[in-house]
Design a protein around this ligand. Structure first.
Ligand SMILES: Nc1ncnc2c1ncn2[C@@H]1O[C@H](COP(=O)(O)OP(=O)(O)O)[C@@H](O)[C@H]1O
Ligand SMILES: [Mg+2]
Length: 228
């Protein structure tokens, strides 16, 4: 399998009134098509790691490569372009635009990337894939938490990204809805081959991944490969 994401001696400091050493030398490699959970207690650096690997945030020391490209060699514009073309993001708190309907929210990344041709159809297909064919024209306020998170997933996959980053995608959901969201993410990984990097503090969620990186205090303590 092709190597997709790699980091070497990755450090991240947040500079503020107090300096926080959030990542303390993270070495990892993730292959194309893998489904990896990053697991650990609150504050151990999971979100920071995801942001640093995806180029959303700058790193302080060390290196990150995506598809063999050194992230530090790319300008902010190039990084933004790479994210728009190759990555989908699923965060805990939806970030859906309240004035837009489900299908308009999902369509938006395509329009922003200048791919308006066929965008509406692709947005509908993405909503169909997450089981929301009956909710195209609902605004977020008229959807349940689980439905909103499914719209977020549809928005993340509409561009057929190579990598999907999910930060506590089930954080706000009850167990049944959470299982349903995980079913969808696992199926996208299995059927469509999206590389999936999933941050969670819940065992139940991490259990669905074929590999778990256990984080503690800014480092990966254990790289667990599993049968699922
Ligand atoms: N923007 C920030 N400025 C300063 N400190 C931060 C910032 N974001 C996170 N931190 C600190 O970095 C550490 C790791 O945070 P985070 O990556 O959010 O952990 P997790 O996602 O595992 O809960 C924590 O101590 C947190 O308080
Ligand atoms: Mg977090």
């Amino acid at each position: 399998m092709q190597l997709m994401i790699k980091s070497k001696n990755l450090h991240k400091y947040y500079e503020g009134e107090v300096r926080v050493h959030a990542l303390r030398g993270v070495d990892l490699s993730i292959k194309k098509g893998e489904m990896v959970a990053i697991m650990g207690p609150s504050g151990c650096g999971k979100t920071t790691l995801l942001n640093c690997l995806s180029g959303l945030d700058d790193i302080t020391k060390g290196k990150v490569w995506l598809n063999g490209k050194d992230l530090s060699a790319l300008s902010d514009n190039k990084k933004t372009e790479m994210r728009a073309l190759n990555m989908g993001f699923v965060f805990q708190f939806y970030n859906l635009l309240p004035v837009l309907t489900a299908v308009e929210n999902v369509e938006l990344p395509l329009l922003l990337a200048g791919k308006s041709k066929g965008a509406r159809e692709r947005a509908k297909n993405a909503l169909d894939m997450v089981g929301l064919s009956h909710r195209y024209n609902h605004r977020p306020s008229a959807l349940s938490g689980g439905e909103r998170q499914r719209v977020t997933i549809a928005r993340a996959i509409v561009n057929e990204p190579a990598i999907i980053w999910a930060d506590e995608p089930t954080g706000d959901l009850d167990t049944k809805t959470s299982d349903n969201i995980m079913d969808i993410l696992c199926e996208l990984n299995n059927q469509n081959g999206h590389t999936m990097v999933l941050v969670t503090h819940e065992n139940r969620v991490a259990d669905r991944a074929e590999r778990i990186l256990h984080m503690e205090n800014g480092v990966i303590q254990c790289d667990e490969v599993r049968e699922v």
